[in-house]
Design a protein around this ligand. Structure first.
Ligand SMILES: [Zn+2]
Length: 289
């Protein structure tokens, strides 16, 4: 890895050709679904269904059900079903599954999960309340009442490591597992740039003034459809004023402490985020920078 580069974050690198031009061709989509090489992703609700080796499970395309055309992988058409699922917060159990998965398969499943959950939330039109139906190979829904087109949404979230005098700020939310700390994060609001969102989040959650905001990397996060935008920022001071609603605790950690946490060493000052989370990539990036 080149110095200063961020290694491939989790949920990236699916390695498929999304073949956008095929989404607009309904006849071609029917042909692709009928291709003997076509495969349909198997899901357990929204969770991945894995075999004994931790690989994604696939089945033949049966037809007759709503499907998303994920794209082409080595020329093979890949589809995901659109089951009736209850949208909602992912449990910790799916995280244990993700930890077993190869990065490219987690990326493929993650994109499908975001899209499947989006479909389940958009069966009715936000304009007229009419029923919607899937179009564009599953990359949109069209209202049967007013004809409005609806497209999958991606919500940008900034996630930031503030640094001051050789230490970085990590915080823990109330819902985290014991010992876990991570970079601070929050949704980008309408009318905000990434830099402004970073500065606001650090002020709101930790009471620090951020300068010199630098983009590091990004990652799709499929719970349900965020784009995590990882940044570094400099803080002029290390005095904190925490928002108790958002953070249970926060602390400045030096290089040795971050190294110990990333290594999972006994006695590390905190439990690092899992490797598939971009906060993990960001901490490693800071160590290598
Ligand atoms: Zn409508």
């Amino acid at each position: 890895m080149e110095r200063g580069m961020v290694e491939a974050p989790g949920f990236t690198g699916a390695g498929i050709d999304r073949a956008d031009h095929l989404r607009l061709d309904p006849e071609r989509l029917v042909q692709l679904a009928g291709d003997p090489a076509a495969r349909l992703l198997r899901l357990d609700g929204l969770d991945p269904l894995l075999d004994a080796e931790g690989r994604l499970c696939w089945q033949r395309v049966k037809g007759g059900e709503e499907m998303i055309f994920l794209g082409l992988q080595a020329g093979e058409p890949l589809f995901a079903p659109v089951p009736n699922v209850e949208p909602g917060q992912a449990g910790w159990s799916v995280m244990a599954l993700i930890a077993q998965m190869r990065g490219e398969e987690a990326a493929l499943w993650g994109g499908a999960r975001s899209l499947v959950e989006w479909h389940s939330r958009h069966r009715f039109c936000g304009l007229c309340g009419g029923r919607t139906s899937l179009f564009r190979g599953g990359w949109g829904r069209k209202c049967k009442g007013c004809g409005a087109d609806h497209f999958p949404r991606v919500d940008p979230v900034v996630i930031v490591l503030a640094e001051h005098d050789g230490r970085v700020l990590v915080g823990r939310q109330h819902r985290y597992p014991p010992g876990r700390y991570s970079a601070l994060a929050g949704f980008v609001e309408p009318g905000e740039s990434i830099e402004e969102a970073v500065a606001r989040e650090l002020m709101e959650e930790a009471g620090i003034v951020a300068t010199d905001v630098r983009y590091a990397a990004s990652q799709p996060w499929p719970f349900p459809g965020q784009l995590m935008i990882a940044c570094l920022a400099t803080s002029a001071s290390d005095s904190l004023r925490l928002d108790a609603q958002e953070l249970e605790h926060a602390m400045w950690v030096d290089r040795a402490g971050v190294e110990a946490a990333i290594a999972g060493a006994p006695g590390a000052p905190f439990l690092a985020p899992p490797p598939y989370a971009i906060a993990h990539s960001l901490l490693r990036h800071w160590l290598g920078a």
